[in-house]
Write a protein that binds this ligand. Structure first.
Ligand SMILES: NC(=O)c1ccc[n+]([C@@H]2O[C@H](COP(=O)([O-])OP(=O)(O)OC[C@H]3O[C@@H](n4cnc5c(N)ncnc54)[C@H](O)[C@@H]3O)[C@@H](O)[C@H]2O)c1
Ligand SMILES: [Zn+2]
Ligand SMILES: [Zn+2]
Length: 356
């Protein structure tokens, strides 16, 4: 029987979330698999939620990481789309059932048995381990192509943060010039929503609890306006003006004030995933026929379309590139929102083993 590939990564081993070196094995290459040498991997807030078991589902040891850019080093005999040397990306999931309604209609991100890239159980019973590691083995159907010309460190966060906001913007028509988009939470996801909104020609307003983010939102990211969510006067003045809002906030927060900002039939898209429930009184959506939807990342097709769009428009994340031995500090800083706007680990340039 073919042997697996040895892998070295950094894993969280308990709810402290502290990561340390961890050796494991990737599955033996199957006909449709590619082997990928990981170059860069972003640190998403979801990695933090999981590593610290904030969602109560951690399968320790957890090697996080699902914003992966790498290079193909090997391909099984059935692989037609990729060859050694190709620059590719892997996002939040690495397989799906391929037979349900969602898989059949190109929405495999909604497959009930979606296999996540990290902290999940694969169809063969193995626990999946993510991109804070040197090598991945992934079915070609769940791999995307990174367009030429994009810096690879800044491209890595597109694989989750990018597609998570781009996909619902496309789905809900929040991609039309002249429409007004609200973006709540100016972190990894939020800053990508501002960039895509501006590239679509929309008017973009950032809604934030910290007034200190005004300058960066407007000057650095090109938002048209900035609202302090704690300021009732400002919120009142903007009531009923927005076609849609992308809510990326990672902690519990009130959504009624956000719904008030929407035009009649406006759309709130929830992508932030606090561990506490949203509070949604009926009156807040009945008047004006407001709509609330969730969204989980995006399909492989949507991810490829997003990358192609990003390549054409030169869109990448604003990143702080770090080595793996800085990962625990990076996670702490992410927790206190001290990053503009995404940490990306230079995996290939890091010492991963125990000697690190
Ligand atoms: N739905 C999906 O498919 C999907 C994909 C990726 C991430 N997520 C989730 O989205 C959330 C954001 O992820 P990220 O990587 O952008 O995180 P991040 O930490 O980079 O950004 C989160 C933002 O929320 C703000 N925030 C935190 N607490 C707040 C509060 N109480 N009130 C107002 N603002 C607050 C922070 O200031 C920060 O700007 C996380 O919960 C993550 O798990 C969901
Ligand atoms: Zn993510
Ligand atoms: Zn399916």
């Amino acid at each position: 029987m073919a042997k697996g590939t040895p892998a070295t990564g950094w894993a969280a081993k308990d709810p402290s979330g502290v990561l340390s070196p961890y050796s494991f094995s990737r599955r033996a290459l199957k006909d449709d698999d590619v082997t990928i040498k990981v170059l860069f991997c972003g640190i998403c807030h979801t990695d933090l939620h999981i590593a610290k078991n904030e969602w109560g589902n951690a399968l320790y040891p957890v090697v996080p990481g699902h914003e992966i850019v790498g290079v193909v080093t090997d391909a099984g005999p059935g692989v037609k789309n990729f060859k050694a040397g190709d620059t590719v990306g892997v996002g939040y999931f690495v397989d799906s059932c391929r037979s349900c309604v969602s898989c059949g209609s190109g929405h495999e991100n909604h497959c009930p048995t979606l296999v996540l890239t990290s902290n999940a159980v694969d169809y063969d019973g193995a626990t999946t381990q993510g991109g804070f590691s040197d090598v991945l083995v992934v079915d070609q159907g769940y791999v995307v192509r990174v367009p030429e010309g994009l810096p690879l460190d800044g491209a890595a966060p597109l694989l989750c943060a990018g597609v998570t906001v781009y996909s619902p913007m496309m789905e809900f028509g929040l991609n039309a010039p002249g429409k007004h988009l609200g973006v709540v939470g100016l972190g990894g996801l939020g800053h990508m929503a501002v960039k895509f909104g501006k590239a679509f020609g929309m008017t973009v307003t950032v809604i934030s609890s910290s007034p200190s983010k005004r300058e960066e939102a407007v000057e650095r990211l090109g938002a048209d306006a900035f609202l302090v969510s704690q300021d009732p006067e400002q919120m009142k003045a903007a009531a009923g003006t927005m076609d849609g809002i992308i809510d990326t906030v990672s902690a519990g927060h009130p959504i009624v004030p956000l719904l008030e900002l929407l035009k009649p039939r406006g759309q709130l898209v929830v992508v932030g995933a606090p561990s506490t429930p949203l509070e949604l009184p009926a009156y807040a959506i009945i008047g004006g026929g407001k709509r609330v939807a969730g969204n989980l990342v995006g399909s492989i097709g949507s991810c490829q379309a997003m990358l192609d769009f990003a390549g054409k428009h030169g869109i990448t994340a604003d990143v702080e590139v770090v080595k793996m031995d800085y990962v625990n500090t990076a996670v702490e800083r992410l927790e206190r929102n001290d990053v503009r706007y995404r940490f990306v680990i230079d995996v290939a340039g890091s010492q991963l083993g125990a000697a690190a």
